[in-house]
Design a protein around this ligand. Structure first.
Ligand SMILES: [Zn+2]
Length: 429
């Protein structure tokens, strides 16, 4: 039986507790629109949609005579659909996992190891680090999307240490003073060696603080912030609102103090952040598209009931301060196609293209890439045509449809009202 170059996918929905509720979740609204087997429960969380071959949430071929088989089997039966470059670099498997995330409540503070470190962690602690692969990841906002990402400029942290006595008490007078001295000695250049060492000491002090002392300082901080808020004070510029929110989600968690060290970013739709190895982050709220290397390796250290590996996290981080604006990953418009915006991070595992076709355009051709693609339709409906489809029949799509497209194949789209779609692929030269 011949294999079509394009098939639709039915994708796994993950109902983690931190997901957005009912139709407030993009994961739920996309699934309800496109998957007739999906039954919405309006009071339940819908956290993630997984598009790919990960065994914990495999996508299933939904169209053609191959309907019902997992995408991994579809690929295994005809690995040439991956293209020769991907096969040479990654073997006979899809190198990336593509997701939609709908975040209602903060996810854990975490970082991902680089490849060599992932191999080492996996060999020593296979129960906590389930595979030897690295896990760079990129988040693209669908709605305003809020997260913590990387260390704040040192001047900001020094300012918090001077104005938040509970934070200074947890960090310790000596560590606070030495960070401030390092900043002065570097003429304001917070990325000097001394400043980075100072950041490491401050974070390690917070993370390793005696739990009783940390909790009592945190309770004092929360009581003070609540009183200030009740008195009509604006807490938005002093990180106070975020601390109160994190505390309400994770009472007593050390992550409340850590939020004074990390940038608080809100991406607007179309903006992205990329998390390379050893960069601390936590997603806080909103809907996004996420793409990552196919791996589960996460080192966690706060805002989570899961296993925390504080020594590993404190040791591995980059400690490179930057502004929130600098953490926004630059995209570029494709010089050959004004409808495409490319987000191409410095890893071979994946890139994402945003395809936005205006409503007056009734046809569009998605160009061939020399890697397989997964495409999710966010807005728009129509049909795709490809000579390999059985009996020359077109495949219809709508909001929420997900397609797998083989390498080196272009795809003709007929559109009824424009298109917004995201396409994950491997950017190999
Ligand atoms: Zn992550």
């Amino acid at each position: 039986m011949a294999f079509p170059a394009v098939v639709s996918l039915r994708c796994a929905v993950q109902q983690y507790a931190w997901g957005r509720i009912g139709l407030d979740s993009a994961v739920a609204s996309l699934s309800q629109s496109s998957n007739k087997d999906f039954t919405l429960q309006p009071d339940q969380p819908y956290a993630e949609l997984w598009m790919g071959t990960h065994p914990k949430g495999p996508s299933i071929v939904g169209s053609s005579e191959h309907a019902g088989i997992p995408l991994s089997d579809f690929i295994a039966k005809q690995p040439e659909c991956l293209g020769s470059k991907v096969r040479a670099k990654f073997g006979d498997q899809l190198p990336f996992l593509f997701k939609v995330l709908s975040v209602n409540k903060s996810l854990s503070i975490q970082a991902h190891p680089n490849k060599a470190h992932a191999e080492q962690l996996h060999s020593v602690r296979p129960d906590k680090y389930p595979d030897p692969n690295h896990k760079p990841e990129m988040a693209l906002a669908l709605t305003p999307f809020e997260g913590m990402n990387g260390f704040r400029p040192v001047s900001q942290i020094v300012n918090f240490l001077e104005n938040v006595p509970e934070l200074k008490a947890v960090v310790g007078e000596e560590n606070a003073a030495s960070l401030s001295a390092a900043l002065n000695a570097s003429n304001g250049n917070g990325s000097s060696e001394e400043c980075r060492a100072g950041l490491k000491r401050c974070l390690s002090a917070i993370m390793n603080k005696d739990i009783n002392e940390m909790t009592s300082k945190l309770e004092a901080l929360i009581a003070r912030l609540k009183a200030e808020e009740a008195g009509g004070q604006d807490l938005s510029q002093s990180n106070g609102l975020l601390v109160l929110r994190l505390y309400s989600q994770f009472p007593g968690d050390v992550g409340c103090f850590v939020s004074y060290l990390f940038n608080h970013i809100t991406l607007q739709p179309g903006e992205a952040m990329f998390l390379g190895p050893n960069e601390p982050h936590a997603y806080l709220s909103g809907n996004c598209i996420e793409c990552m290397a196919c791996s589960d390796n996460v080192v966690r250290a706060g805002l989570t009931p899961k296993f925390k590996d504080i020594p590993t996290l404190c040791e591995m981080l980059t400690y490179l301060p930057s502004t929130a604006e600098e953490r926004i990953f630059p995209s570029k418009t494709d010089p050959n196609d004004p409808y495409i915006t490319i987000y191409n991070p410095p890893v071979p595992d994946f890139a994402v293209a945003r395809v936005k076709v205006p409503a007056d355009q009734t046809s569009y051709s998605l160009r061939a890439e020399d890697s397989p693609s997964i495409i999710i339709i966010i807005e728009g409906q129509g049909e795709v045509a490809h000579p390999s489809l059985p009996n020359g029949q077109a495949l219809s799509f709508c909001k929420g449809s997900v397609l797998f497209l083989s390498a080196n194949q272009s795809l003709a789209l007929n559109l009824t009202n424009g298109l917004l779609a995201f396409r994950a692929f491997c950017p190999l030269d």
